[in-house]
Design a protein around this ligand. Sequence first.
Ligand code: SF4
Ligand code: SF4
Length: 149
Amino acid sequence: MAFEFFTIKDLPKNIKVTPENKCTLCKHSICCTYVTQQLETPRSMMDYDYLLWLVSHRNVSVFQDDDGWFLSAANPCLHLQPDGGCGIYEKRPQICREHSNDCCEFDGPAEEDYKKYFDSYESLDKYCRKKFKKWDKRFKKREKKGNEK
Ligand code: SF4
Ligand code: SF4
């Protein structure tokens, strides 16, 4: 699922963006509209099968960038105000305080920089079918192993 919010590229050309006014111009406060969590690097068919389960959930995607694999859940923070402000600004978590607007989500869709990005069961399943010749046999292999115990 691509982010649907507008970015710096959509602003009128006469507006000069500075580090000081950037967050004010970013009306949707994009960085407050999703969470990410690092995942273990998938290697086996069952690792990818697990990712299939993740992306089968509404608004969940997985991606790989220079830092590894991540789950992303597009789900706005409950403290995000209609005007884009933070409802708990003075008491906001540390991760919010450390987030820099230097090269952030407002500059462009984050997925443009991803090495791999899967936002649906279909897109990941298609990838897995290319990556693993025996993709459809992964369950049989596991069932056989279980019966041998
Ligand atoms: S850090 Fe970036 S994405 Fe977050 S509010 Fe500021 S400009 Fe928007
Ligand atoms: S706590 Fe405030 S700054 Fe942090 S994500 Fe929520 S709205 Fe944004």
